[in-house]
Write a protein that binds this ligand. Structure first.
Ligand SMILES: [Mg+2]
Length: 232
């Protein structure tokens, strides 16, 4: 019996990756006179990966990685105005409104009566707390966990901390790597709701026979949950 239903935030409850994609396009246009798009993307991704252990996930770390990449790709010729432009791109991302995905508000409203709803997201604490407030969805969740990495150990610690048995827990999210596989490894259930964009770092090969349900929209979740409880 599922009692606690946990949701990922970015690209599950609200748009996120589209903001990164838009910013990355502006970043490319800043550097297009020096390099082609594919090389700019490749160098930025490599810098981000190298910096994850220093900055963790989130916009602030991404901004620092854009500055570093721009300096690298221009061999330090990017001037103050160029650096200012990159800082502004990062600040514009932080100032973006948080738009819940279609159906999210009504589905959470509907499920909050029957399940204990939890939010589990990774990234920068200040940034994620701000997004939750801006989304207007905070009131639906009885528990919010903002972690630096969503792996098996992190989920195990969360379940332990709240005294939740894996058999009573299900996770819903857009990332197979972060929201699905580590949760299944603990013996809990996980529901994949893909977003139309996936960050390169989160891409994993899809198993041929999907061992987890894949829903097209969060609007399909109440029916899936009803089917689970009918099965006992
Ligand atoms: Mg996500």
């Amino acid at each position: 019996m599922i009692r606690t239903l946990a949701f990922d935030a970015d690209d599950t409850l609200w748009h996120n990756e589209t903001h990164y994609a838009e910013t990355q396009e502006a970043f490319r246009s800043l550097l297009r006179q020096y390099h082609d798009d594919a090389w700019i993307d490749e160098r930025l991704h490599a810098t981000e990966m190298r910096n994850l252990s220093h900055y963790g996930y989130g916009i602030k770390g991404f901004t620092l990685s854009m500055i570093e990449t721009a300096l690298e790709l221009t061999e330090d010729r990017l001037d103050g105005a160029g650096i200012r432009r990159v800082v502004e791109l990062g600040k514009a991302m932080l100032a973006k409104p948080v738009e819940p995905l279609p159906g999210v508000a009504e589905v959470l409203q509907k499920l909050a009566g029957a399940y204990d709803l939890m939010l589990i997201t990774k990234g920068d604490l200040f940034d994620q707390e701000t997004k939750l407030v801006k989304s207007g969805l905070g009131g639906h969740f009885s528990k919010v966990e903002i972690v630096s990495e969503k792996d098996e150990a992190a989920y195990a610690a969360i379940l332990e901390r709240h005294g939740i048995a894996p058999s009573a827990f299900a996770m819903v999210g857009n990332s197979v790597k972060s929201d699905i596989l580590p949760v299944l490894a603990l013996g809990a259930r996980a529901v994949h709701i893909p977003y139309h964009l996936t960050w390169a770092h989160e891409v994993v090969a899809a198993p041929v026979d999907s061992p987890f349900p894949v829903l097209e929209s969060i609007r399909d979740l109440p029916d899936w949950l009803a089917a689970q409880s009918a099965q006992g």
